[in-house]
Design a protein around this ligand. Structure first.
Ligand SMILES: Nc1ncnc2c1ncn2[C@@H]1O[C@H](COP(=O)(O)OP(=O)(O)OP(=O)(O)O)[C@@H](O)[C@H]1O
Ligand SMILES: O=P(O)(O)O[C@@H]1O[C@H]([C@H](O)CO)[C@@H](O)[C@H](O)[C@@H]1O
Length: 140
């Protein structure tokens, strides 16, 4: 009897300083399917998106993400968006935090046209890498 493939969940981000919001969101994302693949922006890709960043290099960011029990794979991508990676992975579920609208999530058309789902996960209020950086700068 053919074994059913576990649904693959995909998300992506810079994940510069991992915080409670990231952990909560990644754990929720993992439980929307059977395995979680995280697309991680390379240092060059992050620098284009967020000048002055990243604070932690791609190897450190990748290793930290991969240490989480609910992250099954981490894949670096250097392009401005994860579009090519999403089309290569062909995930069953594409997830972002609800700081993104569904139609603003790169790859949503591809995943939906491929019969998959595109979902958002509520943010944990008050947590962001930028806010952490700000607090450190203020010495708060
Ligand atoms: N507080 C949060 N709760 C849940 N998910 C979050 C939170 N902050 C960010 N995310 C999600 O984590 C993923 C990676 O986001 P990102 O690396 O930009 O984190 P960030 O803290 O928002 O960073 P920055 O402040 O530099 O924008 C995105 O899908 C985003 O929706
Ligand atoms: O960590 P961020 O800024 O949430 O991650 C970005 O997400 C973008 C998103 O997928 C757009 O829908 C992506 O294009 C960008 O490369 C970052 O991963």
């Amino acid at each position: 009897m053919a074994r059913r493939r576990r649904p693959v969940v995909f998300t992506n981000g810079c994940f510069d300083l991992l915080h409670l919001g990231h952990v909560d969101y990644l754990e929720q994302a993992r439980h929307l399917g059977g395995a979680l693949v995280v697309g991680l922006n390379t240092d060059a890709s992050v620098s284009r998106l967020k000048p002055g960043r990243p604070l932690q290099d791609e190897q450190a960011r990748a290793r930290i993400l991969a240490s989480l029990a609910f992250v099954d794979a981490v894949v670096l991508f250097g392009e401005p968006t994860p579009r090519a990676l999403i089309e290569a992975v062909r995930p069953d579920v594409l997830v972002k935090g609800n700081d993104y609208a569904i139609d603003g999530i790169v790859g949503h058309e591809f995943v939906l046209n491929n019969g998959g789902q595109v979902l958002t996960v509520p943010l944990v209020p008050g947590y962001s890498t930028s806010r952490i950086v700000e607090k450190i700068r203020r010495g708060a």
